[in-house]
Ligand binder design. Structure first.
Ligand SMILES: [Zn+2]
Length: 144
């Protein structure tokens, strides 16, 4: 039954609902830049994009520069240490971390405690446990 947009339900008792399943399968790819970034994580590296036009180094790695829109064809290894710029506390605490000389940053689990402004390092899983996913990073841990 089609219901015109001008008709509205007046009472909750008019709502009908049923449950069923839809046989639906999908696959999501990380894309060219995302795959490169994830392969870097597998190798224990944080890769940022380096714009050949304006020289901007940025995270996350993207196909096009966030400042000048030039195609980003190079990536550079970022020193896996940065500064906490924001925290979200809940059952787990997540930190947004910016890396030295890089525009943008990453969000991941905070290991232990830190404050906004704290210096942290990236903790990777042991190499044999890495699969090329964000879970290859255990999180950020306060340094010094
Ligand atoms: Zn650029």
């Amino acid at each position: 039954m089609n219901v015109p947009i001008t008709e509205r339900l007046a009472a909750g008792s008019e709502v009908r609902a049923w449950e069923d399943t839809i046989p639906f399968r999908y696959e999501y790819t990380a894309g060219v830049a995302g795959e490169k970034f994830l392969r870097g994580l597998r190798d224990g590296e944080i890769l940022a994009g380096l714009c050949p036009s304006c020289g901007l180094t940025s995270l996350p790695l993207r196909m096009y520069c966030v400042d000048c829109y030039a195609e980003v064809t190079k990536s550079v290894r970022v020193r896996p240490a940065g500064v906490v710029r924001a925290l979200a506390r809940g059952a787990r605490t997540f930190a947004y971390v910016e890396f030295d000389g890089v525009k943008g940053g990453l969000v991941h689990t905070l290991i232990g405690s830190a404050r906004v402004g704290s210096r942290v390092v990236v903790r990777f899983r042991p190499k044999r446990q890495r699969v090329g996913a964000l879970s290859d990073v255990l999180g950020f841990e306060r340094s010094g």
